[in-house]
Design a protein around this ligand. Structure first.
Ligand SMILES: NC(=O)c1ccc[n+]([C@@H]2O[C@H](COP(=O)([O-])OP(=O)(O)OC[C@H]3O[C@@H](n4cnc5c(N)ncnc54)[C@H](OP(=O)(O)O)[C@@H]3O)[C@@H](O)[C@H]2O)c1
Length: 306
């Protein structure tokens, strides 16, 4: 059985990935805190910023694949603590790439659409990144270290939403929680992106591993939309009141300095390599609704240790 070491196993992506992969693969999830309980796979507590942490994990568990989903993904936390951001988002994946290359381990490194500045939009893998802010810069450094140390690694630039253990890690949870509580909220009409539901992202990563892809792939929905439209699609699918979402320009929000406006990325490289159409927005929102109906929200929250 293929053994996978998954960092960030308590995170939005890492936990969903472990849950979806665990019947087929042997999963060893890595978490920094004791935030998980009653989970159907093995979890190891390890602080990955410690110098030999990843080497010790690899030596002990001898994985066939590493999915590096851990990150300092909170933009404000990165600005407040740039040393930590560069340690976890850049140096650590560089070390993983070095070790995985030497030991013949497949490395899947998770990067971000935010390596681009959002001025042009419709970016291809060939376009030159221009990251804004500490988070984005640290993630681009991570890509560069990974590629330099292990050109056979797979680097997926992503943006995703879905259900998390805290119930508040994703943009879909922000809209859904507020809609369910009848709270009004802002939706930006001029910020564009191509998010995937995290469960579709995991399915794609599975196919990418089977196809033994390496290098950079934009792993996103084929369909761009604004954040306002995204919120409205959730409201409509869940039969909630979309009038609670106030359409505004990001320029009216005071957040413009930290936002990249157009993070739409081309996905043709991945769709032609896998010979399939990537999910559009309606199919993702339909899956979000189907998971809600089958009790996935409660299931995932029950894995949170108190
Ligand atoms: N969410 C998005 O839409 C989005 C967009 C673009 C790119 N990405 C990328 O996708 C990946 C996954 O993001 P996410 O949203 O799933 O992140 P997340 O929910 O914030 O989870 C981050 C994970 O990293 C772990 N971690 C942080 N510091 C650690 C340390 N010192 N040692 C060990 N583990 C540590 C956390 O563990 P604890 O919980 O135990 O602290 C947590 O499991 C990241 O690479 C992120 O940059 C995400």
């Amino acid at each position: 059985m293929t053994r996978c070491l998954v960092t960030g196993a308590s995170g939005l992506l890492g936990l969903n990935l472990c849950l979806q992969f665990s019947p087929e693969f042997e999963i060893i999830g890595v978490s920094n805190t004791n935030s998980l309980t009653n989970i159907p796979f093995q979890v190891v507590k390890k602080d990955l910023k410690e110098p030999a942490a990843i080497k010790n994990l690899i030596d002990q568990y001898k994985p066939d694949i590493i999915f590096h989903c851990a990150a300092i993904a909170n933009i404000d936390q990165c600005e407040l603590n740039p040393d930590l951001a560069f340690r976890i988002n850049a140096e650590l994946p560089g070390e993983m790439a070095y070790l995985s290359k030497r030991q013949g381990i497949k490395l899947v490194h998770i990067s971000t659409d935010a390596v681009f500045d959002g001025q042009k939009g419709n970016y291809s893998e060939e376009d030159q990144p221009n990251p804004l802010g500490v988070y984005a810069k640290s993630k681009l450094d991570g890509e560069n270290y990974v590629f330099a140390n292990n050109p056979e690694a797979l680097i997926a630039r992503v943006n995703f939403y879905g259900y998390s253990i805290t119930g508040k890690r994703s943009l879909s949870e922000f809209f859904l929680n507020n809609l369910l509580q009848n709270n009004s909220m802002l939706g930006f009409t001029d910020v564009f992106f191509c998010p995937l539901i995290v469960n579709d992202l995991v399915d794609l990563l599975h196919e990418m591993i089977h196809a033994d892809l390496c290098g950079i792939y934009h792993t996103l929905s084929c369909e761009p939309l604004s954040k306002y439209k995204f919120g409205c699609m959730i409201a409509e699918r869940f039969s909630l009141n979309s009038d609670l979402i106030k359409p505004v320009s990001v320029y009216e929000s005071g957040l413009v300095a930290t936002r990249s406006l157009n993070l739409t990325l081309q996905t043709q490289k991945l769709s032609s390599t896998l010979d399939k159409k990537l999910p559009d927005q309606l199919s993702g929102i339909n899956r979000l609704f189907a998971l809600y109906q089958e009790g996935y929200v409660e299931k995932i929250k029950n894995f949170q240790a108190n």
